[in-house]
Design a protein around this ligand. Sequence first.
Ligand code: ADP
Length: 197
Amino acid sequence: MTRVIGLTGGIGSGKSTAADMLGRLGGAVIDADDLSRALTAPHGGALEAIRAAFGAAMAPPGQGLDRRAMRERIFRDDEARRRLEAILHPAIAAEIDRRLPEARGAYVLLVVPLLFETGRYRQRVDRVVVVDCSEALQVARAAARSSLNPHEVRAIMSAQWPRWRRLQAADHVLWNGAGLASLEAQCRQLHETLAGG
Ligand code: ADP
C-alpha cells in the first residue's frame, strides 16, 4: 500500500499551501478540512445529525451549516464543541478510511490540522511533516485569509499544541517563515525524499 504521510501545523501555518505544492509534484492529497466542509455543505452527510443536536436553525433546509453561528456557539461552550466533534470527527475519519486505499500517488498526504491533538490518526500515518512559522505570521495569514479576527485566531491556536511540541514530534519540518518560493524549494526537496523511500 502507498505510504501515508501526515501533514499538520497550526492554523495559518501554510498546510493547504504546502499540500497543494506537494500535490502538484505527485503526492495524492486527502485534506480533512475539505472533507469537513463537504460534510457540512448543502446536502452534506453530517447535516442531519447537526440539526438533531443543535436545532434546524443551525443548518436551514436546503442550506449548509451556518459556520459563523456554529463558531460563535462553540467558542465559549466546550460541551457544544465536544458534541460537534463527536459528529464530525468519526465521519471525517470514516471518509479518510474509504479514500486511503484508493489514493494513487508517489505517497498519500493526509492533511489534518489536529493530527497530534486528536491521536486518532497517529496509527494511520507512517511519518509526519509539520509546517511551521512564527505565531505572529500565523495570526496575520489566518486573519487575512478568513473571516476570523486576530482574537479568534489566537483562541483557536490556544486549543492546538504549541509550536515546540509539534516540532519535537515531527519527522520533517517545512519552515514557512519566508516567501512562497522558499516553501516551494523545500517541498521539492521533501518530495524527493518521500517519493524515494
Ligand atoms: P493553513 O492551511 O495552515 O491554515 P494556508 O495554507 O491556508 O494555511 O495559508 C494561510 C494563508 O497564508 C493563505 O492565504 C496562504 O495563501 C498564505 N500563505 C501561506 N504561505 C505563505 C507564504 N510563504 N508567503 C505568503 N503567504 C503565504
